[in-house]
Design a protein around this ligand. Structure first.
Ligand code: NOJ
Length: 454
């Protein structure tokens, strides 16, 4: 069975990774500006001051989206372009930038998928405690209210948050991402809990105030366990690894840690001892009806049944293929994770990110040849198609390639190129890679091309 008729083909980006214009038109500072300008925090001291300069090259980037033929574009709004201090005064120039983006997308029949928070937290609010402050959900709700009042006459698809697991885990537990904290577990989980309340409140704000019917989701990430064999025990072991993971030294926040409270109204047992007193009262806010779940999937690992431990992670074969992020190439994550998530939560799923970083450069012929990325896209999407084939067609809503452009890969700076489009970070010249032309054909065929290549 092919993908459903209105399957959404898209590509994704995030504000801090592409926009640049860090001090243009009244944008306020974020934790990522601060972190990336702190010595030793990012590779080569890279930062997002200019990034791909999409803030000033919107027209060019929109033309590329049109050429690709995407049905949707997932981008994020920079909170401090709208509210430079996080709350209070609204910046009309910030609204104007996203007005232009949204209006032009719609004029080109490209659906805007708006990520409300993709990690560029207002620095001013961070000084007041950030997600550790019990008022932080209200601050977020205030921001969301401004967005909904202004954009919901045109925007219908809203993503409240991108990968809270990473923002909280890498940013508050491991200190590898902004704001660079290494907090004790109780404080990490406190921030996590506030983050989820913020999600819940924002869903309420959108539903109560949206002018056009809203479709609201949240984007999750985490490990993708894959059963080592087809035996029932191994399948159950993989499910356990996914939703009842063993506690380790690191929190390793998982899909279940986010989606169980948000969709099912219950925190996994392992998190409960660390939650703030009286957390139960807030579950009703956290658990809101959602229209879909977004999954960011890149890699996976194999798991087998073990009598003593419940499940064990299998070592990967020596020399297993990996991308330049050193992430294993594991196409089956696009089969198993959406399957497990759909079975458990009974909601439609968008693959809101999937893609690879590769050592791409412009060849002597002026083109960018990236056969690995084409092969990667084929292998991964064939697994998603297999799932569609097995009765999941209607629950698989869309796929967004990460990313449209090579961009600022957070602590790894500009060293990792995920784009369908190559960016020369000196001249800012964009060059569509071979994979961009492949993706264009794939979209035009609604994925049928994958069948031809089976
Ligand atoms: C997840 C994040 O949402 C995105 O910002 C990042 O660039 C990609 N994955 C690749 O690491």
């Amino acid at each position: 069975m092919p993908f459903k008729e209105n399957f959404v083909w898209g590509t994704a980006t995030a504000a801090y990774q592409i926009e640049g214009g860090a001090s243009q038109d009244g944008r306020g500072p974020t934790v990522w500006d601060d972190f990336s300008h702190t010595t030793g925090k990012t590779r080569f001291g890279d930062h997002g001051d200019q990034a791909c300069d999409s803030y000033n090259r919107l027209d060019e980037d929109l033309e590329i989206l049109k050429t690709l033929g995407v049905k949707a574009y997932r981008f994020s709004i920079c909170w401090t372009r709208i509210l430079p201090e996080g709350t209070g005064k609204v910046n009309p120039l910030g609204l104007k930038y996203y007005d232009r983006l949204i209006d032009r997308l719609l004029a080109s029949k490209i659906i805007p998928f708006v990520t409300i928070f993709h990690w560029d937290y207002p620095l001013e609010l961070y000084y007041q405690g950030g997600w550790l402050n019990a008022k932080s959900p209200q601050w977020f709700a205030e921001y969301v209210r401004v967005l909904v009042d202004h954009f919901s006459d045109r925007v219908q698809y809203w993503i409240t948050q991108n990968e809270p697991q990473c923002y909280i885990g890498l940013g508050h537990e491991l200190g590898r991402h902004a704001p660079g904290l290494q907090l004790p577990r109780k404080q990490v989980i406190r921030a996590w809990h506030h983050n989820l309340i913020a999600h819940g409140l924002s869903v309420e704000v959108i539903r109560e105030n949206a002018k056009l019917k809203p479709y609201i989701g949240i984007v999750s990430c985490g490990g993708s366990p894959i059963p080592l064999t087809d035996r029932r025990e191994d399948r159950e072991a993989a499910l356990k690894a996914m939703f009842n993971q063993k506690d380790g030294e690191r929190l390793n926040l998982s899909h279940g840690d986010l989606l169980d409270p948000v969709v099912l109204g219950k925190y996994p047992d392992r998190l409960v001892p660390f939650l703030p007193a009286g957390y139960e009262k807030e579950m009703a806010i956290i658990t809101q009806p959602l229209d879909y779940i977004g999954l960011n999937l890149y890699s996976g690992f194999h798991v087998k049944y073990d009598e003593k431990e419940g499940y064990l992670r299998e070592a990967e074969p020596v020399g297993k293929e990996e991308t330049s992020m050193e992430w294993k190439v594991e196409p089956k994550c696009l089969y198993w994770t959406p399957k497990m998530v759909i079975d458990r939560y009974q909601l439609p799923v968008y693959i809101t990110e999937n893609g690879m970083a590769n050592n791409d450069w412009v060849a002597l012929d002026g083109q960018v040849h990236d056969p690995q990325r084409i092969d990667f896209i084929k292998r991964y999407l064939k697994e998603l198609l297999k799932l569609a084939d097995e009765g999941y067609q209607n629950k698989l809503a869309g796929y967004f390639y990460w990313s449209l452009l090579d961009n600022f890969e957070w602590a790894l700076g500009y060293t990792k190129r995920f784009g369908l489009v190559h960016v020369d970070f000196t001249t800012l010249k964009r060059t569509m890679k071979d994979s961009a032309y492949y993706y264009q054909k794939l979209i035009a065929s609604n994925g049928e091309l994958l069948n031809a290549e089976r």
